[in-house]
Design a protein around this ligand. Structure first.
Ligand code: HEC
Ligand code: HEC
Ligand code: HEC
Ligand code: HEC
Ligand code: HEC
Ligand code: HEC
Length: 425
């Protein structure tokens, strides 16, 4: 076979590395460790290409000099995020670069200086080669026992992509071989001969990393969800819809347990899932109507067909992939609809899975009474910055995924009000 033919065969692999399952071993394991194509493992570090698991992932998932959001990149290098400049990636999970940005400001003349430290902005993955350090304030997952020292990309994603969705809809590590990623609107459906990967290679029931052992096994399987092929993009003119189907909150509870928002660890709030009862977090008919009519503070003239707000997504309440596909392809801007399933509030209604520009990886600034003041997200350059809280206008707008400030009211309230007409004080 000529060299050209080999190139044609090999090239597509670069764009579809994992393909829903285990990618080529040499993408992550050192070549010297493989013998006849089988990786020979010895030593503690599993002969990874990076110093640790996350550093190995970031060899591909971060790059120097991206001009903007770039497909599967989820981190921006240190040198490209000086003060005033935001991380570049706008993927649904978020750019880990926010963990390296701390903000300080004065709210008024009398208050001491306030701070929003980098480590509060999300999941502090440990990646030595890329200067990501473990969280030193949260020693374990709040509400659980998962150690922060051991938090990495492979805490959540199975590097070998063994979990698969089979024809009958169940998820396991055995069963028909994986033919492709199962994350996308364009992904094939499983059939009798082949399965598809779980959403974003997320790990399922029974999963644990080698370093931690079976004591930290996952209980709950990965969520049902689908993404458009291009999900890492500016939302300047149109928003990015992820069809979150079911099971998000339970999946997060693999590490955070059902205590997290029951008032024990953080404020009381219902969320979807079997762990807290199937009716928990369900948006009743009144709340569905309210979500649909809410446009912004002071404007309740919205309609169901265009009500979706990517900063306040909800779980559709179904694991029927045909429904998820229809929503992504036909009605991506539609609000919650009881005809699709049982819509509910879930962890990602308020949080991003990786990191965000705000404390506790919330999708909006939950530490301020307004997310916008006098038509701007930030009070950049002013002495007192009670609302923008030290972010430049460019940083704050990126934290809102480039949705223009004019989309909201000039004195916009926090986005809890997308679901709630009133909130207890
Ligand atoms: C050799 C380069 C490379 C390495 C190393 C790598 N990835 Fe990827 N990854 C890619 C590419 C290319 C894509 C986009 C195409 C695809 O999905 O295969 C991707 C996509 C993904 C996706 C989305 C897949 C989907 O089907 O939705 C996840 C999740 C992911 N990678 C996680 C990881 C994790 C975790 C690690 C480390 C254990 C890792 N990657 C290491 C190249 C790499
Ligand atoms: C996306 C990155 C990635 C790819 C591709 C990958 N691995 Fe791994 N592999 C890892 C990581 C990360 C670990 C460490 C897992 C842990 O600590 O739990 C690992 C661990 C292992 C281990 C266990 C190591 C030990 O010390 O017990 C074996 C065996 C292994 N990989 C074989 C393979 C083979 C064979 C392939 C190709 C079919 C492959 N891997 C592809 C990332 C990858
Ligand atoms: C705490 C769990 C967790 C950790 C840690 C984590 N991820 Fe993710 N990741 C997720 C979830 C959940 C999603 C789906 C997010 C969504 O659709 O809203 C995701 C999505 C992704 C995607 C698809 C693009 C996106 O942002 O939605 C890629 C690629 C990815 N992760 C790679 C990585 C890499 C590389 C690391 C380590 C540097 C990592 N993840 C660490 C949970 C995690
Ligand atoms: C594999 C375990 C694991 C899973 C799964 C997991 N987390 Fe975490 N999470 C942790 C750990 C450990 C910490 C503490 C370290 C840190 O804050 O960086 C944490 C911290 C957090 C924080 C606090 C961040 C801060 O800076 O104060 C939030 C919010 C959070 N997780 C939300 C989620 C959501 C939402 C999901 C599901 C999409 C999820 N977690 C899934 C392990 C996990
Ligand atoms: C209605 C919005 C909302 C939902 C739904 C939600 N959270 Fe939160 N969460 C927040 C806010 C806001 C904070 C910051 C609270 C504070 O500072 O007191 C927070 C804080 C946290 C923290 C940090 C607690 C600490 O002590 O540092 C974790 C961890 C967390 N949430 C995980 C989750 C998980 C897991 C779920 C799903 C089971 C979830 N959240 C659902 C809004 C929400
Ligand atoms: C995606 C929709 C949604 C968002 C966004 C949302 N909530 Fe809720 N909230 C609900 C649902 C559903 C309930 C339970 C049913 C009800 O109270 O009508 C609820 C209940 C509550 C309750 C009563 C809790 C109890 O157990 O008594 C409080 C307080 C609350 N929310 C505060 C907040 C705050 C604060 C925010 C913003 C950080 C927020 N909510 C954002 C949907 C949402």
């Amino acid at each position: 076979m000529c060299a050209l033919a080999t190139m044609i065969l090999v090239q597509p692999r670069a764009l579809a590395f994992h393909s829903g399952g285990a990618g080529e071993c040499e993408g992550c394991h050192s070549m010297h460790g493989s013998k006849d194509g089988v990786v020979q493992i010895g030593g503690g570090a599993s002969l990874l290409k990076g110093s640790d698991a996350s550093s190995t992932c970031l060899l591909c998932h971060q790059a120097n000099g991206d001009s903007g959001p770039t497909t599967y990149h989820v981190s921006t290098p240190d040198g490209e995020i000086p003060p005033g400049t935001s991380p570049k990636q706008l993927s649904p999970g978020g750019d880990f670069g926010w963990l390296k940005k701390s903000f300080t400001w004065y709210a008024d003349m009398t208050s001491p200086m306030s701070q929003s430290s980098g480590e509060r902005h999300g999941h502090n993955i440990v990646a030595q080669d890329f200067n990501y350090q473990p969280d030193i304030t949260n020693i374990t997952a709040p509400g659980g026992s998962y150690p922060s020292q051991a938090l990495s990309c492979i805490s959540c994603h199975d590097p070998h992509g063994r979990y698969r969705r089979t024809l009958d809809g169940s998820v396991s590590t055995s069963g028909a071989p994986i033919k492709a990623s199962g994350s996308f609107l364009t992904s094939p459906e499983p059939d009798a001969a082949a399965s598809v990967g779980t959403y974003r290679l997320l790990a399922g029931s029974g999963y644990y990393t080698k370093a931690l052992g079976a004591g930290q096994s996952f209980i709950y399987g990965p969520p049902a969800a689908l993404a458009p092929l291009v999900a890492n993009r500016s939302e300047d003119t149109t928003q990015t819809r992820i069809a979150y189907g079911a099971g998000i909150s339970d999946w997060c509870r693999n590490c955070h347990t059902d205590k997290i928002h029951n008032g024990t660890v953080s404020f009381q709030h219902p969320t979807s899932g079997v762990a807290t009862g199937t009716s928990s977090g369900v948006l009743g008919p009144d709340m569905v109507n309210y979500y649909d009519s809410y446009v912004k503070t002071g404007d309740l003239t919205g309609t169901a067909g265009t009500a979706y707000l990517s900063l306040v997504p909800f779980e559709i309440g179904t694991n029927n992939y045909a429904t998820l596909r229809t929503i992504l392809s036909v009605t991506p801007t539609k609000g919650p609809d009881t005809a699709d399933g049982t819509p509910a509030v879930m962890c990602l209604s308020c949080h991003r899975a990786h990191a965000s520009g705000w404390d506790e990886a919330v999708r909006w600034n939950s530490k301020s009474t307004q997310i916008e003041y006098a038509g701007k997200y930030s009070q950049e350059g002013q002495l007192y910055q009670p609302y923008g809280q030290g972010r430049s206008e460019a940083e704050a707008r990126q934290a809102y995924y480039q949705i223009p400030a004019t989309f909201f009211a000039s004195n916009q309230q926090p986005l809890c009000y997308k679901c709630h007409a009133t909130l207890p004080q």
